[in-house]
Design a binder for this molecule. Structure first.
Ligand code: FE2
Ligand code: FE2
Length: 147
């Protein structure tokens, strides 16, 4: 199946949304919650890295949407900060709730603003970018070590 870069990135978003819902549903099952938190942190770390390395620079260059990309990069910074706190927290729930809220906001901006603009940007090869994102993602997933 071939999909463009925006569809590929949004399927990551949907996966993380499902994982956050599973985390919420896990109730008092601490070992399940801590496994889910680890998977969520890994997925988000890899996702923000491939956006930062590949998608954002290509979109910035082709569209000139500097403010939009600057803001998205700042939100990635905030997410990374929360992730590093979660990885060595005794009490994950409040931090996970904060991360979920921050990611929901960030994903809405990509879905409603950035991706629709990317789809209309001339000179942005979304199929070629999808292939680059996919291969970098595979590489990062294979080498991921939790902090
Ligand atoms: Fe994203
Ligand atoms: Fe992002």
């Amino acid at each position: 199946m071939t999909q463009d870069a925006c569809a590929l990135l949004d399927s990551d978003h949907q996966k993380v949304e499902r994982l956050f819902a599973e985390y919420q549903a896990a109730g008092n099952d601490q070992s399940r919650k801590s496994k889910l938190a680890q998977v969520i942190c890994m997925e988000l770390t890899v996702h923000t890295t491939i956006e930062d390395e590949i998608f954002y620079p290509a979109f910035r260059k082709a569209s000139g949407e500097d403010n939009l990309v600057d803001e998205a990069e700042e939100e990635h910074e905030e997410a990374r900060d929360l992730i590093s706190q979660i990885e060595d927290a005794d009490q994950m729930d409040p931090l996970m709730a904060e991360l979920q809220k921050a990611i929901e906001h960030h994903v809405q901006e990509e879905r409603k603003e950035m991706f629709p603009k990317a789809l209309k940007t001339k000179g942005l090869d979304l199929m070629a970018l999808a292939a680059q994102l996919e291969s970098r993602k595979t590489e990062l997933m294979a080498g991921y070590q939790p902090a």
